[in-house]
Design a binder for this molecule. Sequence first.
Ligand code: 5U1
Length: 670
Amino acid sequence: MPESTAKKIATLRQQIQTHNYNYYTLDTPTITDAEYDRQIRSLRTLEDKYPQYASSESPSQSVGGPVLDSFNKVPHEMAMLSLGNVYSEEELNEFIERIHKRLKNTQELIFCVEPKLDGLAISLLYEQGQLIRAATRGDGSVGEDVTYNVKTIKNIPHTLQGDNIPQRLEVRGEVVMPIADFHAFNQQALANDTKGFVNPRNAAAGSLRQLDSNITAQRPLAFYSYGIGIIEQGSLADSHYQRLQQLKQWGLPITHEITQETDAKGCITAYQQLLANRPKLEYEIDGIVYKVDDIALQEQLGFVARAPRWATAHKFPAQEEQTQLLDVEFQVGRTGAITPVAILEPVFVGGVTVSRASLHNADEIQRLELKIGNTVIIRRAADVIPQIVKALPGSQALKEIIFPVSCPVCDSEIERIEGEAIARCTGGLYCAAQRKEAIKYFASRKAMNIDGLGVKVVEQLVDEHLINNPADLFTLNTEQLVPLERMAAKKAENLINAIDQCKQTTLAKFILALGIREVGDATAKNLAEHFLTLDAIQNADIEALEQVDDVGEIVAKHVVTFFRQVHNQEVIQALIATGIYWPEIQAKESHELPLAGKTYVLTGTLTKMDRNEAKLALQALGAKVSGSVSKKTDYVVAGESAGSKLTKAQDLEISVLSEDQLLNILNRDF
Ligand code: 5U1
């Protein structure tokens, strides 16, 4: 074994510890993440190759340890206490009053004021500057040994840096999952179809209490110190605030919002400032802690009933409460999106009374396994809309939640495209919820181009009940318009003329103006040129629609469903009855093209051109290209990994072409 190996390992460990300190304590990394990863990898490679140098203190150990059967019990040498609470300025004054009384003095007190993190309390034991054990709080007297797990938390130093480090030092603090990491973790869980966590606190607790520390190592946890337990053979400052600064010097993280305040007034100002800043903090907090700063006074005050007399927590309004799910309503948005909304027994949470919460879509109801009558947990983090995070397991369930099949506003069909989360009402022209948007779109420049019928005018016309759908525009007269805001007689007259003039249009613009989902101007033009008449488009089935350039299965379904709605048909008839007209479209002389009258289906992966290119090239030669195989199909072009369409073609004895055969046809000199 080369003599320099031990030295190499020691140097790498030292370098990595310095980078950890620079990154986590000083917030000023001096190397890139990639370089840091390279150093960790080099160290691990050496440690794997020369196991005689393995050390539990090595920074490489922050990837996890052996899988345990259970956690060992750890008796705390000094009990881990809990905190009393105050809920108002008055109660804070009483707390301070009690301290003055006990100390038998009235001199001004200095308080160290810290955010109260909403995580999991732990104790870290350092001997000769090395982290040798980490334990949960447990019942305050006995905790659980979570050393392997804690060593994976990136901002916890395995070795303290600097001078005057006591021989034995117990540091206490909170493990949290930062809010941004919590959201990213849940997002990933959703994508992987695995369970996420209800809130950052549960995420921290669930991640830390893993018997396999390799799992903990993959969780984005962070630690912040708030106090000291045992100190042996070493002395520390006699101010709590200074002690926290000392911990920071040694490489232990502390929160950024720690201040020193004088008496109640300063404490209350700090409370209000922290509460206002709460939405911007990187970690979740549930209050503020006021501590007598002078350690000698702390010792004089002592404890009562397992809580110190020298400290108290001032809680913020709770961000989670439980209540009952009374019902679910289905709201229809401006674009027809159907949103389930939970109706709740009103509950005070996050500083406001909440009686409704969006359930977003049908998948969310399923994910939460929600039933009417359930007791649910409502979460309203500051400035965030209220959310149902969980139904309490085993709570009463009175009724299933049934997603409607027809629109609760206009009774048109509700459509949900496979793979899309949102369900939508298809009564675009008629539905009262979509009225304003439908009319604005109808009148817009690229559709019917009604000059002077802007967004504001449409809104007033609908609000004043002068129109309910686009056809009603053609019944308006100047007398009805003049009383509207900023509508002089001349303007009203111009608008009536513009409405009248728009009647002369094109079939493509009329189709576009109907506002069918995913039918933009190019698709509307293709539909018009392909089918030539409105009747033909209205009567086309999915297969026929799929013959049109740029129309796939989804758009074809939207078109069919739109025209199937009786209410939409009625509005279209009313529009035509107003005298809207367009010039007849001449059919393109496609029968003269070489592939006229032939229907092709493309399936599987084409390697020499993409599917759309092939479709356009075939259409340019007069062929129809369909998305599905039927008796009407003449040829199926089968690319790599062709599946059910190829099988169907074989069953129906339809000619199957390879990609090369297709290329021969496209390149032929007709
Ligand atoms: N910031 C902070 N949180 N926290 C929690 N300080 C703090 N101190 C605590 C607890 C339970 O207890 C000591 C005062 C004993």
